[in-house]
Design a protein around this ligand. Sequence first.
Ligand code: 5MM
Length: 341
Amino acid sequence: MNLTELNSTATAMVAPGKGILAADESSGTIKKRFDAIGVESTEANRRDYREMLFRSKEAMSQYISGVILYDETIWQDAKDGMPLIKLIEESGAIPGIKVDEGTQALPMCPGELVTVGLDKLAERLKKYYERGARFAKWRAVIDIGSGIPSITAISVNAHALARYAALCQAAQIVPIVEPEVLMDGGHDIDRCFDVTQRVLNKTFQELRVQRVALEGMVLKPNMAVAGKKSPKKASVEEVAEKTVRMLKACVPAAVPGIAFLSGGQSDEEATAHLNAMHKLGPLPWGLTFSYGRALQAAPQKAWSGKAENVAAGQRAFSHRARMNGLAAKGEWASSLEKKAA
Ligand code: 5MM
């Protein structure tokens, strides 16, 4: 393992004013997104859509540090025959790959899930590295509800995240460690804060036990937010203050960067929260975005599967990427959204 190289990749992934595009929707998830805009989820449509994003020059060269791909995409070519991964590299962004194989029901723990995909992972990582991937992603899902999460679900998911991370570093690939505490449910922000702290503490304990070099990884956590069905919505300032407090308590400064998931927040909320956190600096790690929905909802709608809408889709993507790039430096203001509209 070359830690200097892993550390420089991880540092580039969270470079000031840049963040990660999570375009790693599995087949089921992309179908759901396409259904919402009335587009059939065929291989060609998935290619056209992702090609549109990766050819968005302004977004990709100025605000996107890396792109997380799904297995299908990393082997796919653009319409003109150019591998999609090359488009990403040429824009100056770093290609990454989702390597988990989804979730399964966790035995003995009703309603809880464990992420799978460790079998043959070493061989898969080798092939992805040869193809050009320099980082990977594995997402664990923790739900909040009555009597859950159990310590069992937190432990097995943390163990798998650490196993994955160690295998990545051995293959010279930076692991994005993503323990996502879902924002579904009616819990308030303080319950999310407590559960996320437990999950992060257990995750870092496992990372240490399995000798993962913290300098060569990126953490992708949820923010501390109230559940979607909670009657008590937290303000932007409260989300920022509690999220930064939670991360400072749990994430060692040796970690080069933290890149949030958006988790179902609206586009503008996800941007405003990140921006507000930067007002609370200085922070011990790079702090940015690794959004899926909060970066792609607008371009998906603008594109709607029509070739004549590609320029509009790219404008919508570049706008959200720019807004989040500014938020990643604490330089965003809601007036910039209005001006663009
Ligand atoms: C883009 O969605 C990712 C893949 O999800 P599935 O494996 O369920 O298809 C997802 O892991 C994503 O990278 C993160 O959740 C961040 O995306 P959001 O939409 O929460 O910002």
